[in-house]
Design a binder for this molecule. Sequence first.
Ligand SMILES: Cc1cc2nc3c(=O)[nH]c(=O)nc-3n(C[C@H](O)[C@H](O)[C@H](O)COP(=O)(O)O)c2cc1C
Length: 143
Amino acid sequence: MAKLAIIYGTGFGNTGIMAKAIEEGARSAGLEVLIKKVDEASPADVEKADAIAIGLATYKGAGMPTVIKYVQSLSKLQLKGKVGTAFGSYGWSGEGPIVVANTLKGYGMDVIEPPLRIKRIPEAEGIEECRKLGKMIADKIKR
Ligand SMILES: Cc1cc2nc3c(=O)[nH]c(=O)nc-3n(C[C@H](O)[C@H](O)[C@H](O)COP(=O)(O)O)c2cc1C
């Protein structure tokens, strides 16, 4: 079974809601999913995945530092050709997921763009978008 690793950081839970909806969509499309908060994650969690989704909220014009650091720590892995994506909740500028998507591209990953960004608390429509992203990741792995 193809594997997706979702690693995310969230201050108030909004990006966490997104992560769980992406998980649901991916599972419904037949993927095996590992989902972890960044504080509990290590590079080994994504090493064997076919796809990696990184979630982070934006604070003070930047992505959450814990997630940015985690993504930097992946530079030592061989991620070339794997499917990647970034997502996150934001308030007004939403830089975090853009920065992460660019870093994943720099690792040679096949990145789904633009990153999925949802303003504040995800409502039904946003949650549906997240589920769709989970399915899109599954489709992209199979291709
Ligand atoms: C102190 C503080 C700083 C913030 N700075 C930004 C910012 O620079 N840009 C932005 O788009 N949103 C900013 N936000 C809004 C958060 O990104 C938004 O509340 C988001 O929903 C939080 O997601 P989370 O619950 O996953 O942590 C800020 C929020 C707080 C409390």
